[in-house]
Design a protein around this ligand. Structure first.
Ligand code: ASP
Length: 316
């Protein structure tokens, strides 16, 4: 079992065997989380700080629960309301943090690359909980675990990623992870919501939803990221739902055992039909949330092992 990373900044630097190591360990944490007594002492003595410069419900809760179940001292810093508003630079924030001696730092930031920058300035292990449109590695890992458990494998599957690809860090991280594990990836959505340089992604691209979903094993829906749009990407939400909203009719062109995924938060009636999202025979959206806690436990466990294996850097 090898995992050679000091931080988890994205899927890009991970090797396929590291991804498998992470998912295998996550499976063990799923079992632990289903027991009445969910405590482990893996992170005891360590301090975990969650810094969210952007809103989050499930990701922040998931990291907090993961840390607490493993015995870390967990602190949430709400950066929206805090010093960022007062003009503190990211570097100042890093210096302040260093003085508090955290061991694990979980960061979400609206700017792509901000988490990498912070990682260069602090002495602890940094986990990217989503940076701009760039990466959201724990989301891709939890999606991979959900797929592997539902389909019994994580290779040679046909997977459609649908909707607002252009603004989605979830799509980017998933494209990288599922590509590394040798799956066939289809990107489905209007041309206005496809990122520039799409040809370099090595995926098949479809503008027609029924065509794009034909015989796929997995349908991964994305939220319309309205907060990252400055107008003009779709004619109207009604029209978007008509062409790209997932409903039973469009899903009928996928394989009969295809699973439906969504990272949340969902816009019901915009990118997905609410009844389909709740249909436990097709939708694995609740499983994704469950897998999220287990994956974050595995990530912090492996990073903490690497942290403990290194001599502590003492600040001057
Ligand atoms: N929760 C995911 C993210 O932070 C997906 C989304 O917001 O649509 O990127």
């Amino acid at each position: 079992m090898r995992f050679d990373q000091r931080h988890l900044l994205g899927i890009e630097p991970l090797r396929p065997d590291e991804i498998t190591t992470l998912l295998d360990l996550s499976d063990k944490y799923v079992t632990l989380n289903r027991q009445r007594d969910k405590r482990s002492t893996t992170l005891s003595g360590l301090t975990q700080i969650n810094m969210f410069f952007e809103n989050s419900t499930r990701t922040q809760a998931s990291f907090e629960l993961a840390g607490k179940r493993m015995g870390a001292d967990v602190m949430n810093m709400s950066m929206q309301a805090s010093s960022i508003k007062k003009g503190e630079t990211l570097i100042d924030t890093a210096m302040t943090l260093n003085a508090m001696h955290p061991d694990l730092l979980v960061v979400r930031h609206p700017h792509s690359g901000a988490v990498d920058l912070l990682a260069q300035k602090v002495n602890c292990a940094v986990i990217n909980a989503g940076d701009g449109r760039h990466e959201h590695p724990t989301q891709a890992l939890l999606d991979a675990l959900t797929i592997r458990r539902a389909k019994g494998r994580l290779h040679r599957l046909s997977i459609a990623i649908c909707g607002d690809i252009a603004h989605s860090r979830v799509a980017r991280s998933n494209i990288m992870l599922l590509g590394k594990m040798e799956n066939r990836i289809r990107l489905v959505g209007p041309a206005t919501l496809m990122p520039a340089g799409i040809a370099d992604f090595g995926c098949e691209v479809f503008e027609d939803m029924t065509e794009g979903l034909r015989d796929v094993d997995v349908v991964m829906m994305l939220r319309l990221q309205k907060e990252r749009m400055d107008g003009g990407f779709i004619p109207s939400e009604r029209e978007y739902y008509h062409r790209y909203g997932l409903d039973t009719e469009k899903l009928a062109s996928a394989r009969p055992d295809a699973i439906v995924m969504h990272p949340g938060p969902m816009n019901r009636g915009v990118e997905i039909d609410g009844t389909l999202a709740d249909d436990i025979n097709r939708s694995v959206i609740q499983e994704q949330v469950e897998m999220g806690v287990a994956v974050r436990m595995a990530v912090m466990d492996l990073l903490a092992r690497n942290l403990r294996a290194r001599p502590k850097e003492v600040m001057a």
